[in-house]
Ligand binder design. Structure first.
Ligand code: ATP
Length: 262
């Protein structure tokens, strides 16, 4: 059983690793988020699912300091408002953006090395480099190849590898399975669970709701900028509204990703 730190009252629950409260984001009159609140407990996998345009990416970008917002975002008890994005990385948050965010002209090796720019522990960097290459053997075979010449799935592995190299305590993954073959998707979700077992907290945004809900301890459904359902991953997997709208196993078998829950 986990021991509470000495300065913590054992009667009080541990504070969440990440807490988002009343988050609002708008772009030129478009309200992308209308007051979203949720928590990510330490060491867990939490997933946000929702249709295209629901606001999932906006949440991750706000956490990383890339989008202006109102409301509050707290990481390890620290308010992230006005913390610039590079400092947020330094605090231990790694963001694997949709579209991967790798450097196409740099080799795989350079992409991985560059992700450690905030670190000053050469031995730890070497250990993590080996860990990434044994997690993704395909990257080892392609170390000298420019990132931009990798296949889509390999670029996704490189993006996750970069996040691992940064030794993040909180990993924000935006649609990591996008563009991957079904076999690679299976591999990727197993790797996400492995990463989580090394005490990395994960906030996962996914269109692949079925896989995401299977590995998540907590899950939230986002619809047009609002959370409309919350529960454990298992609860939402069994929820008829989620089945109908996101899993393609509802009464109509429609499974439209754009369906509304009401
Ligand atoms: P997807 O799954 O399609 O990536 P999403 O759930 O991640 O969607 P967001 O990318 O967060 O959704 O977008 C939420 C809303 O905000 C959408 O209506 C989108 O068009 C709008 N939006 C996002 N970024 C901008 C921007 N830079 N300028 C204007 N509108 C934006």
């Amino acid at each position: 059983m986990k021991q509470a730190p000495l300065d913590q009252n054992p009667m009080e629950p541990a504070p969440p690793h990440l807490e988002v409260r009343d988050l609002r984001v708008h772009f030129d009159g478009i309200h992308a988020l209308h007051g979203v609140s949720f928590q990510v407990p330490q060491g867990q996998i939490v997933t946000l699912i929702g249709a295209n345009g629901a606001g999932k990416t906006s949440i991750l970008r706000a956490i990383s300091g890339l989008t202006p917002y109102t409301g509050s975002i707290t990481f390890e008890g620290r308010d992230l408002r006005r913390v610039p994005p590079h400092r947020i990385v330094g605090l231990g948050i790694a963001h694997v953006p949709e579209g991967r965010g790798i450097f196409g002209n740099l080799t795989v090796r350079e992409n991985l090395r560059l992700a450690t720019w905030q670190r000053h522990d050469p031995e730890g960097i070497e250990t993590d480099f080996e860990r990434v290459l044994s997690t993704f053997p395909r990257l080892r075979e392609r170390l000298r190849q420019p990132g931009g010449t990798l296949s889509g799935g390999e670029q996704q592995m490189l993006a996750v590898g970069r996040a691992l190299m940064s030794r993040a305590r909180l990993l924000l993954l935006d649609e990591p399975s996008m563009g991957m073959s079904p076999r690679l998707v299976q591999e990727l979700f197993a790797i996400i669970q492995d990463i989580n077992r090394t005490h990395t907290t994960i906030l996962l945004v996914e269109q692949n709701a079925n896989q995401a809900l299977r590995i998540a301890s907590h899950a939230y459904v986002l619809e047009t900028g609002r959370i409309t359902l919350a529960g454990t991953g298992q609860e939402l997997l069994g929820d008829p509204r989620v089945k109908e709208a996101y899993l393609g196993t509802g009464a109509t078998g429609k499974g439209a990703n754009d369906a509304k829950l009401q």
